[in-house]
Each structure stands twice: as structure tokens, then as C-alpha cells.
Design a protein around this ligand. Structure first.
Ligand SMILES: [Zn+2]
Length: 269
């Protein structure tokens, strides 16, 4: 594959063997223009109010960083309204960078989207915004931060389904019902937990929900970020695929702003 294909998979930190893109070592601090195909990344363009493939030009700017590390700059443009955003990639090679077909990995990716574009979510209003925040925290290697946003979604959607299904969020003693109990009641009625996460007797689900909901350490949070994110997206999709539930929630506008979600434990009604 060409280097542009690997870069186009950002923010995924993929590794692949790519066609040669440097025919000599690029020393520290030296620039070179490289032609590796166009980088193309999908974003939701705010001007177009639609998903667009933002594209780079034919040439990218490559800066030598170390023996096996280069920094690459690109300016990506919406093909329709011509709005532009900047993207930066740090690429690390397993061997020498100037060999015939180096195996390289996208180590870091940062984009500067300002108010031009947003990452593509799952089409669930405010939850998309929280998913994007979780992802950005993860990309900055902020494990606990990323979990806070996933937890907000997890709790807000459970609370919304409970409200629509008239499941009380207040326990018998007049206090808030523990989140775990509320979730169990909601799941019994509406099966919001994705099958993939409940098929092992809820072991995987329990483990991940403990990480999302409890106080896991940074390293564990980063390691389990993607499975936790899949779990939360699965819950959103399950709720959205239930027509009755979707109508009710659409009517509420996937509202998360009216909820006061504390950093851990119960939901404040
Ligand atoms: Zn546009």
C-alpha cells in the first residue's frame, strides 16, 4: 500500500508495509516533499452539514525527526465547500526509513478541526459529541478522562430508557437507586446490552462496565478503551434500533444536558 492509505486510516494506529517514500535518509530537522498519494479522511463538515471525505493535495511535507521517525503535515480540504483543516502524523518505521518497502506505524495523529468539522459519530446527537470527547481524551493518552465521557453516555442512556419505560430511578429507601441495579432492570425489559457483551454470562460486560463506571487506573483504562467504547456504542445502537424507544428518545432529542451525572456511582434525577 502507499503511505497515504495508512495515514487515511487515522486516528487508528495501524502498522503496514508501504511503498518506499524516501530514497535517502532524512536527517533530523530536514524537510522533504513526498508524493505518496492523497490522504483522505472522513469528517462531518459543519458547513455542508454532511459527511465529506477531506483530501490532501498530491504532495505532503515530511520532516526528519529521528533515525526511524518522521513527522508529516497535511492540509485536508472538503471537496464541496473547500473548508480546510490541518492534520499531523508521526510515523515510526521498524527498520530504516529509506528502504524499499518499510514497515511503518502511525504513532500519533492530531487534527486541528476548529469549528470546521467533527469526527464521525454514530448519529446519536449529543452522544456523538461525548464519544468524540472520549476519543480525543484517549488520543491524548488520558485514560481516566476518556472513561468519564463514556460513563456519561452509559449513565445518561440508561436513565433515559428508565424514564421512558417508567422504571423508577429512586430506590425503596427514597435514595437514588444504585446504577448497577437500575441498569439490570432496564436491561431485563429492553435488552440494551449488546449480545456480544452478554453472551458469556455478562462476564465481559461486568468487567468493562466496572472499568467505565469504577475508578480504574490509567493504564487499564487505556488498554480497555476500545472494548469499552464498543460496549457503549452497542448500547446506543441497541436503543436506537428499538423503534418505540428511538421515537421516544428522538422526541427528547437525545438530551443529556438535563442530566446531572456525577463522577461515579448513582444518577441524580
Ligand atoms: Zn464542506
Amino acid at each position: 500500500m502507499r503511505l497515504s492509505e495508512l495515514l487515511s486510516k487515522a486516528p487508528a494506529n495501524e502498522e503496514a508495509q508501504v511503498e518506499r517514500f524516501l530514497n535517502a535518509r532524512l536527517p533530523w530537522g530536514k524537510h522533504k516533499t513526498i508524493e505518496v498519494g492523497k490522504v483522505a479522511i472522513n469528517f462531518k463538515c459543519k458547513t455542508c452539514d454532511n459527511v465529506r471525505t477531506f483530501m490532501s493535495g498530491d504532495k505532503l511535507s515530511c520532516l526528519g525527526v529521528g533515525e526511524r521517525v518522521v513527522s508529516i503535515d497535511a492540509c485536508l480540504k472538503c471537496p464541496v465547500c473547500k473548508a480546510t483543516i490541518e492534520a499531523w502524523f508521526l510515523v515510526v518505521s521498524r527498520d530504516e526509513l529509506d528502504v524499499q518497502a518499510p514497515t511503518v506505524r502511525l504513532e500519533r495523529y492530531v487534527d486541528n478541526r476548529r469549528d470546521i468539522a467533527s469526527r464521525i459519530g454514530v448519529g446519536a446527537g449529543d452522544f456523538d459529541d461525548l464519544l468524540e470527547r472520549a476519543q480525543l481524551a484517549y488520543e491524548e493518552r488520558l485514560g481516566a478522562g476518556s472513561m468519564v465521557y463514556l460513563r456519561k453516555i452509559f449513565e445518561a442512556i440508561t436513565k433515559q430508557v428508565a424514564d421512558i419505560a417508567s422504571i423508577p430511578t429512586i430506590g425503596n429507601n427514597g435514595g437514588r437507586k444504585p446504577f448497577r441495579n437500575l441498569l439490570q432492570e432496564v436491561d431485563e425489559q429492553y435488552h440494551i446490552i449488546p449480545l456480544a457483551f452478554s453472551s458469556d454470562g455478562y462476564k465481559l460486560f461486568s468487567e468493562l462496565s466496572e472499568i467505565v463506571h469504577g475508578d480504574s487506573n490509567e493504564e487499564v483504562a487505556l488498554q480497555k478503551y476500545y472494548p469499552c467504547r464498543s460496549l457503549v456504542i452497542g448500547i446506543i445502537q441497541n436503543v436506537a434500533s428499538d423503534q418505540e424507544m428511538k421515537r421516544a428518545i428522538d422526541a427528547l432529542g437525545w438530551n443529556i444536558n438535563g442530566l446531572n451525572v456525577p463522577s461515579s456511582g448513582a444518577i441524580v434525577p
